[in-house]
Design a protein around this ligand. Structure first.
Ligand code: SF4
Ligand code: SF4
Length: 117
């Protein structure tokens, strides 16, 4: 089991999750295949120790425990898993402090993905 970063992270990438991960298992894609790996962070499922830190830390509410990943984002489980095959194109995400989104921005991001909490 592991935690999953869903598509709700795409283009957000404030790295609050990476800031609280004790084992540095949250990765950023450094390759050029942006179709395969959209602009978001990814959790290495074999390195995640299920500490739970990242889920409440994500201001965009983009992280779920694997079994609780909404149906709409089930594909993200595989998307996180597949980074293991291409790990040479990934680096541990560097922490870059950003501005926390407003509640409205979070709602708008949800709506962009057709997600109704
Ligand atoms: S904190 Fe959430 S939105 Fe920010 S990079 Fe991590 S998963 Fe993405
Ligand atoms: S649950 Fe803990 S170990 Fe797993 S990605 Fe989140 S912060 Fe890292």
């Amino acid at each position: 089991m592991a935690y999953i970063i869903t598509s709700l992270c795409v283009d957000c990438k404030d790295t609050a999750c990476a800031d609280v991960c004790p084992v540095e298992c949250i990765y950023e894609y450094k390759g050029s295949d942006k179709d395969k790996y959209p602009n978001q962070l990814y959790i290495h499922p074999d390195e995640c120790i299920d500490c739970t830190n990242c889920e409440p830390a994500c201001p965009w509410k983009a992280i779920y425990e694997e079994d609780e990943t909404p149906d709409l984002f089930k594909q993200c489980i595989e998307n996180n898993r597949q980074i293991m095959e291409d790990i040479g194109d990934f680096e541990v995400a560097k922490v870059v402090k950003g501005h926390a989104p407003t509640a409205e921005q979070v709602r708008n991001n949800d709506a962009k993905w057709g997600y109704d909490r």
